[in-house]
Design a protein around this ligand. Structure first.
Ligand SMILES: [Zn+2]
Length: 1101
């Protein structure tokens, strides 16, 4: 059949080409027209494959080259060509080769006054011009002049032809040579004027498409530099800007508005950032030469079309898949296990960091009687996993002081009772939608109520006078023996006594003492109030911010307004790290800024309007890039006024700020009223590419790097307050050191082995802590010591990237859980030794970096060949892992906690050779490859347990660009098959029980605890799990019966039939082992446990 059809078509086509009989040509054209008017595009493609385009073009030539061309043939022919040409990518080339281009142009010229014929010619020209080469040829042959004759001067006659001509012109102008020609002939001015005429006369928006066509011509011309120059000289910015003034919300104008905005953005003159240098304001003399930044692409004369359309519509963008060509597909490299990266004898030094393996615990025998002394502490140390389901009320209680006292308000829930499915309903009842001013949601009675309760009735008066002084205390202020400035110290001391905070694992006095030992590049003298005073997560959850439609447009138009109405802009620098500060007396009518404190980052603030500031973030120390993290103090505000902040030198091409994320705010007044909390805040938020470009001078010749603006408005909760704004909940190095010391004091040393050692000194001279947590041996008898020393290791690290403070909050949750009295934590301690490096990059954290060390290096790209004197923390973290491995004690799991700025939820990256090869469609060797798939078990468990975790974002691919990360190096060189990066969103979740919510610190801490529970379940599911541990786990489940029975009932409903028999026996109180078996089986993918469950069942019998 197909063959017959094919031959039939070929007969038609060859007849068409050879025939000179008008009637038969018309018949064939009609036949073809009918054929193509029904059915799918496949018919057109079939026609093309059989030489249809060529036959039509040949007929066109034959007909047109007669002394008086016959339009009865030409018109249907043009219609067919336009239709076929749309699908034939080579139509331009074919028309050029067959000289149909010239012929059509001549016909168009002849028909300038014959609108109907001309329209047909234009349809054909539009498809011919779709190839840039043909377009350029048409330009050389005068097509643009011809089209200009059609579209000018402005007329309302023959609008269909005018529309077609603007469309052809827009296509032609995609060729740069045509655009240059257009500039030289002054078309930019003509097009602008013409567009203005249409805009003025077309009041009913009937000819929106002609207006859009003209704008598209301008858009094409202004992609080249001379086009933009001509556009600016012709007052194009002003003209188009005025168009946007009254019709932004007019839907029928949408095609025009979006084209106008594209042109305005494209033509906005590029300028360097208002900074003396792109390099960081902070420099630090480091060993070795500083690695130079990767060279940027040299700037072209022409800016290409940016291609970043409005983000209002494209929320799908955020999950864009990474490129497959980054995958490592070299089998040799994938399977290669390199030798040790240092002399073996060097590993001996790490013996000292594994004190637990050699220590004799002689004291255990003698001090047994002292146990009672720790009872109090032990109960106070019930684990703290602040959750939405059990919000803690610490900050509202008034009669507790920090140390020793039992905290009755701590809700003593077991972690097991909080696993994913248990959470959701309880959780939703507490869900609230915060409005613009979130503070008032929790305290409908208004402000100051807590202060009154606490007997500070004059708090308000007091605050007005002293708040500035206490809002950023000096770290050399000694509270016990104040020397200077006496008054501030006294005020703070009084505040701390009359209004004590009960923030778990925080102590302002200790924080101050620790801060004095923290060494920063510029020697910070002040402490940020939130770090000093402490933070309690708010008791209500915070939804993601719904993006307001058109928010980006409004911002872009405001930016253009600044350009064309410069006299309206104040442009006053009110804060700068580069100049002496304070710059001037800025006490009146403007905000005051400050950032010289630990983790602080703000380089410059420029007041642009009364209530609007442009802000610039500092680059990482010894670097000219990585601006993302910010943390600064702001004061002098008035209430009920939205202040707008524009951070204008961001670097990432997209941000979660476009998808519901808000920055965080801490109000000192709120803290003094008893609500010391970082809270998500800000409205009218968006993130978009701006007109700033890196100047050539700043980067040593290379230029062209783009910058992005994060803009948000904040309505502050109080007048004359002092507030802190940050990219994410800050967590400083000093906070960690304080936290560790309090943790250490809080434990019962008879029960818990908690040892803080120094892994190494950083380049900045700060100790990098290494924490070891396990259970103390029962006694120092040989058996107990044997069990103690043979517990497998788990290694967890975090904060290689200083801007990822979320990773520290997850780590805080992990640490607190591991030393808690939760039965799960006890089991974990009794069965594992945890080696934890909570902050791999202390210097970066201290100095407000986002990504790098003091050498300007990304430490998570240094694991392949770290040097002791250049990347000490990485060198020794790797050394410790190598040491453990060398004594046969490589960890069960290695996990490095990170934060993710582009995705939502919490997820894990692991390493799998097989999955990498599959993903890359590389079949060589893959099928025969045997790989233990246990690397997937932990993330699967976490997916079931942790409300914030999602398996669907996990990936187990080995990318070339990640070859020097902790995850890949520990997997490949140390041979840890479960080597992971755990990524936590800065924003929140878009699935699971927390769907639609932004993370508070409580969810982050909970994730840290859930990670630990995951490690226990992982062990229970492993074949090597001891009977003893299974029994203990079973006993634990028994103890949790009240909460778990409900949980198990749910689980049982979901079990496959074969386990139904167990269901009946649950109520009869069968052995807890079967319960745990059921619980575990629910958490597993069925086949893995097929062999395991029978074992347990045997055990029960
Ligand atoms: Zn990271």
């Amino acid at each position: 059949m197909a063959e017959q059809e094919g031959s039939g078509l070929q007969v038609l086509l060859s007849t068409l080409q050879s025939s000179s009989d008008k009637a038969s040509i018309l018949t064939i054209l009609q036949l073809l027209g009918n054929l193509l008017s029904v059915g799918t595009d496949r018919r057109i493609h079939y026609l093309i494959s059989k030489g249809g385009s060529e036959a039509l073009l040949q007929t066109l030539l034959d007909t047109a080259r007669t002394p008086s061309p016959d339009y009865e043939i030409l018109l249907p022919l043009f219609r067919l060509l336009a239709k076929v040409g749309l699908r034939d990518k080579k139509i331009g080339q074919k028309a050029l080769e067959l000289e149909a281009l010239d012929v059509t142009l001549i016909l168009a010229r002849k028909n300038l006054s014959h609108s109907h014929n001309l329209l047909h010619c234009l349809w054909a020209l539009r498809v011919f011009a779709s190839s840039v080469k043909t377009g350029a040829m048409l330009g050389i042959n005068g097509a643009m002049e011809l089209l200009f004759k059609v579209i000018t001067p402005y007329t309302r006659k023959r609008t269909q032809t005018i529309r077609a001509a603007t469309e052809v012109l827009a296509v032609l102008l995609k060729s740069r040579s045509n655009s240059r020609r257009a500039v030289n002939r002054g078309y930019v001015t003509s097009l602008l004027r013409l567009h203005q005429n249409w805009h003025t006369h077309d009041t009913t928006n009937t000819y929106v498409l002609i207006r859009r066509g003209l704008l598209l011509c301008l858009k094409c011309i202004t992609t080249i530099w001379s086009g933009r120059e001509a556009f600016l000289a012709a007052q194009g910015m002003e003209t188009l800007f005025s168009i946007t003034q009254n019709c932004l919300d007019n839907e029928s104008m949408e095609p025009v508005i979006s084209a106008v905005l594209q042109i305005l953005r494209q033509c906005y003159p590029k300028s360097p950032l208002p900074l003396v240098t792109a390099c960081s304001a902070y420099a630090f003399l480091v060993p070795g030469s500083i690695p130079s930044a990767p060279p940027c692409d040299p700037a072209e004369e022409d800016f290409e079309d940016d291609g970043d359309e409005e983000m209002d519509k494209d929320s799908d963008l955020e999950d864009a898949k990474e490129q497959d060509d980054d995958l490592e597909i070299d089998m040799e490299k994938l399977n290669f296990r390199p030798g040790l990266d240092r002399p073996e004898e060097e590993l001996k030094q790490y013996e000292a960091l594994c004190h637990e393996l050699s220590y004799g615990f002689e004291e255990l025998e003698s001090k047994l009687g002292n146990d009672l002394n720790f009872e109090g502490i032990q109960s106070a140390n019930h684990h703290h996993i602040p959750t939405a389901a059990s919000p803690k009320q610490h900050c509202l209680n008034k009669d507790q002081s920090f140390q020793g006292k039992e905290r009755e308000d701590t809700i003593q829930t077991s972690l097991l009772s909080m696993v994913k499915m248990e959470r959701s309903t309880a959780y939703l009842t507490s869900k609230k939608r915060p409005g613009m001013n979130t503070y008032h949601n929790t305290h409908p009675n208004g402000l100051g109520i807590d202060a009154l309760e606490n007997g500070i009735s004059d708090m308000q008066d007091f605050l007005e006078e002293d708040i500035e002084a206490i809002s950023c205390p000096k770290m050399n202020a000694s509270f016990s023996n104040p020397t200077r400035p006496r008054e501030t110290v006294e005020v703070i001391d009084k505040l701390l006594h009359t209004h004590p905070k009960h923030i778990p694992f925080h102590d302002p006095y200790l924080y101050t003492a620790k801060a004095r030992r923290t060494r920063s590049v510029v020697d910070f003298k002040m402490i940020a109030f939130p770090d000093f005073w402490g933070h309690c997560p708010p008791p209500f959850s915070q939804s993601m911010l719904e993006r307001k439609r058109g928010v980006q447009r409004i911002k872009i138009i405001e930016d253009v307004r600044r350009l064309i109405q410069p006299s309206d802009v104040i442009n006053r620098v009110v804060f700068s790290l580069d100049e002496p500060w304070p710059l001037e007396d800025t006490a009146s009518n403007c905000l005051r800024f400050f950032s010289k404190f630990e983790s602080g980052n703000l380089r410059k603030a420029i007041q642009v309007h009364e209530f609007e500031y442009d802000l610039l973030v500092n680059a990482d120390v010894n670097s000219a890039q990585h601006q993302q993290w910010f943390y600064f103090k702001v004061s002098g505000m008035r209430t009920a006024i939205p202040y707008r902040f524009n951070i204008i030198n961001c670097e990432k091409p997209n941000s979660q700020f476009n998808y519901g994320m808000q920055p965080t705010l801490y109000s000192v007044k709120e803290a003094l009223f008893g609500r010391s909390t970082w809270i998500r805040t800000g409205h009218d938020i968006c993130y978009y590419k701006n007109h700033y470009r890196q100047s050539a001078a700043a980067m040593g010749g290379a230029s062209g790097k783009c910058y992005y603006t994060l803009t948000f408005a904040v309505t502050f909760p109080h007048s004359e307050d002092v507030c802190y704004l940050a990219y994410h909940y800050p967590y400083t190095y000093t906070a960690l050191m304080t936290h560790l010391e309090i943790l250490e004091k809080s434990i019962n040393p008879r029960k818990i082995y908690f040892r803080q050692a120094t892994l190494c000194q950083t380049l900045g001279g700060n100790p990098c802590p290494l924490v070891t947590i396990t259970a103390m041996p029962e006694s120092n008898c040989a058996d107990h010591l044997e069990q103690f020393r043979h517990r497998p290791y788990q290694v967890i690290t975090a904060r290689a990237h200083p801007g990822e403070s979320n990773a520290s909050w997850v780590m805080k949750g992990t640490l607190e859980f591991l030393v808690s009295s939760d039965p799960v934590a006890r089991l974990l301690r009794e069965n594992f030794i945890f080696k934890i490096i909570p902050m791999l990059n202390p210097d970066g954290v201290i100095n407000g970096n986002h990504r790098c060390s003091l050498r300007g290096e990304d430490l998570n790209r240094q694991w392949l060949a770290p040097k002791a004197h250049l990347q000490p923390t990485i060198y020794h973290a790797k050394g410790l892992l190598h040491y453990l491995n060398s004594i046969g004690r490589g960890p069960v799991v290695f996990c490095d906690f990170h934060g993710h700025s582009q995705k939502k939820n919490v997820f894990i990256y692991g390493c799998s050779v097989k999955e990498t090869l599959w993903q890359a469609n590389c079949t060589v060797g893959a099928p025969a490859l045997l790989e233990d798939i246990s690397y997937r078990t932990l993330p699967k468990i976490l997916d079931k347990l942790a409300p914030a975790f999602t398996m669907s974002s996990c990936s187990f691919l080995v990318e070339k660009s990640r070859a020097s990360t902790a995850r890949v190096v520990v997997w490949r060189e140390v041979g840890v098959s479960r080597s992971y990066t755990m990524e936590t969103s800065y924003c929140g979740c878009n699935r699971g029980p927390y769907k639609g919510l932004q993370f508070r610190t409580s969810e982050l801490e909970e994730m840290g605890a859930m990670f630990c529970l995951g490690l226990l379940i992982l062990e229970l599911k492993s074949v090597s799990c001891s009977h003893q541990l299974l029994t203990q786990a079973a006993a634990l489940l028994n103890a949790e019966e009240d909460t778990l029975d409900h949980h198990l009932q749910r689980v049982l409903k979901k079990l496959p039939h074969k386990e139904v028999s167990a269901k009946g026996s649950i109520s009869e109180g069968i052995s807890s082992i079967s319960k745990i078996a059921i619980a575990i089986s629910y958490m597993s993918c069925s086949y893995e446990l097929c062999c395991f469950i029978p074992c347990i069942l045997i055990f029960i019998i």
